[in-house]
Ligand binder design. Structure first.
Ligand SMILES: Nc1nc2c(ncn2[C@@H]2O[C@H](COP(=O)(O)OP(=O)(O)OP(=O)(O)O)[C@@H](O)[C@H]2O)c(=O)[nH]1
Ligand SMILES: [Mg+2]
Length: 467
């Protein structure tokens, strides 16, 4: 049924080319800046080859028994090693379901030392976590295109905090940063958002563009109840997500059993089509997503360099170093403001101030480097030319889809258009996306950077922010 998820050969070639080029650009142009200013200690570890090579990943998150594992089984149309399904809390670990010729299970401790897999940084969450982490491999055609991560159901209160023995939310955040889709599951039959689930959703905040929501087990209620449950879910989500837009919720029953109430069959089928079309686009858009993530990272690395250099500038040469360090951390907001003004960087590009303050506590400010313009220029040049060149390598079928990607932090908006949408309309639409977005870019800050026409008349636009 889901064999359409199989990897298309032509697409894969493009992804491989783009990924190959990205690795080179990263190592040659961005990594020197990251290393010089200690970026990896603050934000995200150094990227290794498996980070670039990884297949698109889907992360399933939800309270226990909402049907996460059943959803994977439904996608794969078969069981995977270590699968456990049941009405009580069943899945007790993070399971990365990935493709391999041989069926098997790789335990967490072995997984984080495998240089071919992207899970190495997870070793920092300790043994308690690694004992609860595994990779289930199997030769499913669906897994040739994507990997899926099953998670333990979110439990209430103490059970979540104490019994797990590791930083569950931290692990969730780690995956959220790296996956292509986060699917949040809700159970139509017992709809409830516990405080723990709310906290987990909040931990996923920076990645709203990846989140899709499913109201699962909708076959358990009749049409009248379904209306009420849907309304209740929207109401609760409104309070948790706090975005002005209404979240897209896919209603359905993602298992292979007959429906208990049949009257909504048509609706479930249509919703399922919509959702799977979205998942199907992941392998096609993998190159674009990787490109996007690198742009995001480059912008953060630049801001990080400005922050560290500014702190260095403020440090005294002889006396009172410790006092000055404390006052600089306390007044980090003012430093952000100053950099924002001097370098025309939008506030959304800055790292979370509380997290930054915590990380700075443990650093020796006297070892910070001052501004090395050469390193920043290389990154600017990378964003302006190398990335634009890679954009051209991405096939035009994707541009036909009129896909848009909004990167967090008012940073950049890459917008594709077909000839059906004239440039002016496209830019208006791009602008309206921005202004409808909570982290919107102001009109004056939008300028067109480049526009290229190809032989078929399609145009690619890149809209960027600048003061
Ligand atoms: N009626 C109905 N039941 C479902 C559906 N999907 C799953 N179930 C049932 O719900 C129960 C829980 O399913 P699981 O797949 O184990 O749920 P889970 O979210 O993985 O649960 P944990 O691993 O404990 O977090 C099982 O008894 C399933 O048979 C569905 O679409 N409709
Ligand atoms: Mg499960």
């Amino acid at each position: 049924m889901f064999s359409w998820l199989r990897r298309e050969k032509a697409t894969q070639e493009v992804v491989d080319n783009v990924v190959g080029a990205l690795k080179k650009i990263y190592r040659g142009k961005l990594l020197p800046l990251e290393e010089y200013y200690g970026f990896h200690d603050y934000h995200s570890p150094k990227l290794e080859d498996p980070d670039f090579d990884a297949k698109p990943m889907i992360l399933l998150v939800g309270q226990y028994s909402t049907g996460k594992t059943t959803f994977i089984r439904y996608l794969l149309e078969r069981d995977f090693p270590g699968i456990r399904i049941g009405p009580e809390p069943t899945t007790d670990r993070f399971i990365a379901v990935m493709w391999d010729e041989k069926e098997g299970v790789i335990p967490g401790n072995a997984l984080v030392v495998d240089p071919k897999k992207q899970f190495r940084p997870l070793s920092k969450y300790g043994n308690a976590f690694l004992n609860r982490f595994q990779c289930s491999s199997l030769p499913s055609p669906v897994l040739q295109a994507i990997s899926i991560v099953d998670t333990p159901g979110i439990l209430s209160g103490e059970k979540q905090r104490i019994d797990r023995g590791y930083d569950f939310t931290g692990v969730l955040e780690w995956f959220a940063e790296r996956v292509d889709r986060i699917i949040l599951l809700f159970d139509a039959h017992k709809l409830d958002i516990s405080d723990e689930f709310r906290r987990s959703i909040e931990a996923l905040k920076g990645h709203d563009d990846k989140i899709r929501i499913i109201l699962n087990k909708a076959d358990m209620v009749d049409h009248q109840q379904l209306m009420r449950v849907y309304g209740a879910l929207m109401w609760s989500l409104g309070k948790v997500l706090q975005t002005p837009e209404v979240a897209r919720v896919y209603i359905g029953s993602f298992w292979d059993q007959p429906l208990r109430y049949d009257m909504n069959r048509r609706l479930f089928e249509d919703e399922e089509q919509d959702l799977f079309r979205d998942l199907q686009s992941l392998p096609r858009n993998a190159a674009l997503r990787k490109l996007n993530d690198l742009i995001k990272r480059a912008r953060l690395a630049k801001v990080h360099a400005y922050i560290i250099a500014e702190l260095r500038k403020e440090m005294p040469t002889v006396f009172g170093k410790e006092n000055k360090k404390n006052s600089l951390i306390k007044n980090l907001g003012q430093i952000y403001d100053k950099i924002q003004r001097e370098h025309q960087i939008s506030p959304g590009d800055f790292p979370d101030i509380k997290k930054m303050q915590e990380s700075l506590q443990h650093q020796d400010f006297t070892k910070f480097h001052s501004l090395k313009m050469h390193l920043l220029d290389v990154v600017d040049q990378m964003l302006a030319t190398d990335i634009a060149k890679l954009m051209e390598m991405i096939p035009h079928e994707e541009s036909n889809l009129v896909s848009e990607t909004i990167v967090k932090g008012e940073s950049i908006l890459i917008y594709y258009a077909t000839e059906k949408a004239p440039p002016s309309k496209t830019s208006d639409r791009a602008l309206s996306i921005c202004t409808n977005n909570p982290r919107s870019i102001s009109r004056s800050s939008l300028i067109m950077l480049s526009r290229q026409m190809d032989s078929t008349g399609k145009c690619i636009k890149r809209v960027d922010t600048e003061s």
